[in-house]
Ligand binder design. Structure first.
Ligand code: SF4
Length: 57
């Protein structure tokens, strides 16, 4: 169970897209949070295709 195999993980930019992007204090432009591939949280939702790919790697 890691971001790497979560349905909400956008691999290209290492972003969690579980929720809409939020504005930060330092930048008025809304952004998705950046996470590590090995992070995880309680909103994890398995993406079986990603799990199989990760298992095969
Ligand atoms: S495990 Fe949590 S933080 Fe990681 S991509 Fe999924 S929803 Fe986002």
């Amino acid at each position: 169970m890691h971001c790497k195999t979560c349905a909400h993980y956008y691999d290209t930019d290492s972003e969690c897209r579980r929720y809409a992007p939020q504005p930060s204090e330092s930048d008025a432009k809304a952004q998705w949070p950046t996470v590590s591939a090995m992070d995880w949280c309680g909103e994890y939702q398995a993406d079986h295709a990603k799990e199989e790919k990760a298992g095969a790697a």
